[in-house]
Design a protein around this ligand. Structure first.
Ligand SMILES: C[S@@+](CC[C@H](N)C(=O)[O-])C[C@H]1O[C@@H](n2cnc3c(N)ncnc32)[C@H](O)[C@@H]1O
Ligand SMILES: [Zn+2]
Length: 398
């Protein structure tokens, strides 16, 4: 059943998007656009003197970055995603894949059955990301691989200059998803004879050009933001409004909810607001929220009602849950685990097992039964509020 959002329209969260998404209601979003770090092995910082000074984000990955609990989670419940992980050829790539995998699972959950996701990346990790999207959304729900071609910047003499990004579009369902082709038609080429007079088919029927233009194809030539452009904030990796305008028009309708979990300087949110969509965004950098506000103020107080949050939303779609350690939860978990501790696997009497959150509440973990397990007192104390993998390593389990 479609759920109501448990945040207000025009909210920006500052924080890691994983716990924020874990706290968002299922099936509450119509369209997700994400432009995550690309694993480019660079650390980005904003240009000195720009509005975005202070904004920086890490784009280098080591295995230390992984909360190893995630690997465990993926291995146990997402075999297809786990196979992508096994295909990674370096620890850095593996770390990036795990980081994205857990987040893509949450994005799939928060999208409505009619929803779509557009994942923006470059060829560095594009091949892995497409396999991950196949695993999470299903291959049959792949709609397009959009090539965003741009010019400008330096040219290489050692290889073909890299002048494109990739945007993968997947829908949640194959049967029903929004696609407003008429909203995103582009002018016919000037040299097009068809545009001037249409064509007459050999069966005698005459086809006339559409006054709104021709359907756009999957290679988009949209200029990058030039240094003098009005929309430029100086935020590293800022994307052009024109790109987001096309995506939002194509795959959502006025009033729909648009969500950007890596919203940077809020390009998606600005475009969504211009098009009368509701919106919500997250960015780990506090600078991002500041920029949203100033960017919006520059646009005639458009975002006056903007809400800035740093907490984790509490899901309101789980119904009334019993407290984590309720007798009914204990009984179900005891049955599911066959009376054994989820750590050391030893058998205990019910009174010697304690209810533990698999994903800590501080990380967006809920009191839902799926997020609970029983541990013996000894294991629970070793684990503390860390992930299960920590406990496994400590106990010498594989
Ligand atoms: C490529 S930029 C997005 C740029 C954005 N599309 C724009 O036009 O400004 C990636 C963003 O992801 C943010 N980020 C990185 N890790 C994050 C995380 N775990 N949670 C939320 N945001 C994160 C960074 O701070 C950065 O702003
Ligand atoms: Zn134990």
């Amino acid at each position: 059943m479609e759920q109501k959002p448990n945040w207000s329209n025009k909210t920006i969260f500052t924080g890691d998007n994983l716990p924020v998404m874990r706290g968002m209601n299922s099936e509450s979003v119509d369209l997700i656009y994400l432009d995550p770090p690309f694993n480019s092995k660079r650390d980005y910082a904003a240009q000195i003197g720009s509005k975005a000074v202070g904004a920086e984000f890490k784009d280098t990955w080591t295995l230390d970055d992984i909360d190893v609990e995630w690997i465990n989670l993926i291995e146990q419940s997402q075999p297809a995603l786990h196979r992508v992980l096994l295909a990674a050829t370096s620890n850095s790539d593996k770390s990036y894949i795990v980081y994205m995998a857990v987040r893509l699972l949450e994005m799939h959950r928060v999208l409505k059955p009619t929803g779509s996701i557009y994942l923006h990346c470059d060829p560095t990790m594009g091949h892995y990301l497409k396999l991950m999207l196949d695993s999470v959304f299903g291959r049959k729900n792949f709609r397009n691989e959009i090539v965003w071609h741009y010019t400008g910047g330096g040219r290489s003499k050692s290889y073909f200059s890299k002048k494109h990004d990739l945007v993968f579009w997947y829908s949640v369902s194959h049967e029903q998803c929004t696609f407003n082709i008429d909203q995103i038609r582009v002018p016919y080429r000037e040299s097009s004879g068809y545009a001037k007079s249409g064509i007459r088919h050999k069966n005698g029927k005459k086809y006339l050009p559409n006054p709104k233009g021709t359907p756009v194809d999957d290679v988009w030539a949209i200029p990058i933001i030039n240094p003098m452009a009005k929309e430029r904030t100086g935020y590293p990796t800022q994307k052009p409004l024109a790109l987001l305008d096309r995506i939002i028009k194509a795959s959502s309708n006025p009033g729909d909810v648009v969500f950007d979990p890596f919203c940077g300087c809020a390009t998606t949110l600005v475009a969504a607001d211009d098009l009368d969509r509701r919106w919500v965004g997250v960015d780990i950098s506090p600078k991002a929220a500041e920029l949203v506000v100033s960017r919006i103020e520059d646009r005639q107080g458009l975002f006056r009602e903007i809400i800035h949050r740093t907490d984790i939303p509490k899901r309101s779609d789980l119904g009334k849950l019993p407290p984590a350690a309720s007798p009914s939860n204990r009984k179900t978990l005891y049955g599911e685990q066959g009376g054994s501790c989820a750590g050391c696997q030893e058998h205990f009497q019910p009174q010697h097992l304690e209810v533990d959150h698999i994903i800590a509440r501080t990380n967006g973990g809920t009191d839902h039964l799926q997020n609970l397990q029983l541990l013996c007192g000894h294991c629970n104390r070793i684990k503390g509020d860390r992930g299960m993998e920590y406990l496994r390593v400590k106990l010498g389990l594989s």
